[in-house]
Write a protein that binds this ligand. Structure first.
Ligand code: GRF
Length: 218
């Protein structure tokens, strides 16, 4: 029996981040396995992706529960039954309550399509575009009780162009999500993430050479 730590991934939709995680696991760059993929939507394509790779899936219909806490308790029960070490939210469209958070303290990651703490909420790329920022990006963070808040693990930056649409910007950001989410999971499973207060340290003090950018490139 393999003793690799198990990751549980929660999805509600397409699951392209899930696919990036699957690819990293299969490519050997994540020292773990995906134990289960759970969705609150029966038709989430993420469930198909998981099944295509022989990963167990569970559909939990949130509409059948009387409260958010009861739904969360069921999720916790499933994740525990798969002996999940780390929970990754990957486009999971339900707010989680303290019932869930307290079951996995400092063991839940989320990915958000903006450079937090800017532009939390449902429409990161749209809000960034409407605000007129010149750069946006994505953030992997530990989950806390807030909406898209919690200690930041990794971020990636992309330019925002004047002819961007919400779709073109979201696509540019998504590409970076696929890079940093597997990286953050690897760092977690390697035991390299230390949370102190609001901050996460990775022990890596290497600097990015020449990261000076401007937009517009005039
Ligand atoms: C991503 O943009 C992620 O940041 C957000 O929801 C989207 C999920 O996309 N939380 P996918 O289902 O992984 O393709």
């Amino acid at each position: 029996m393999s003793s690799l730590p198990s990751v549980g991934v929660l999805v509600s939709g397409s699951g392209s981040n899930l696919q990036a995680i699957i690819n990293a696991v299969e490519g050997g760059s994540i020292p773990g396995k995906i134990g289960v993929v759970i969705s609150n939507k029966a038709d989430a394509y993420g469930l198909v992706r998981a099944r295509n790779h022989g990963i167990p899936t569970e559909f939990v219909d949130h509409r059948l529960f009387d409260s958010r806490e009861a739904f969360d308790a069921r999720l916790v029960e499933i994740l525990r039954s798969y002996d999940i070490r780390l929970v990754c939210l990957a486009g999971f469209m339900r707010l989680l309550t303290p019932t869930f958070l307290s079951a996995f303290p400092e063991r839940i990651l989320n990915i958000h399509p903006a450079l937090l703490p800017s532009f939390p909420g449902m429409h990161g790329p749209r809000d960034a575009l409407n605000y007129g920022v010149r750069f946006s990006g994505c953030t992997v963070h530990f989950l806390d009780e807030g909406i898209d808040t919690g200690p930041i693990v990794a971020q990636a930056v992309v330019p925002v162009y004047e002819d961007d649409t919400e779709e073109s910007l979201a696509a540019r950001i998504l590409k970076e999500e696929h890079r940093i989410y597997p990286m953050a999971i690897r760092l977690f499973l390697e035991g390299k993430l230390t949370i102190s207060g609001e901050k996460v340290s990775t022990g890596n003090v290497g600097k990015i050479s020449d990261f000076s950018r401007r937009n517009p490139d005039a």
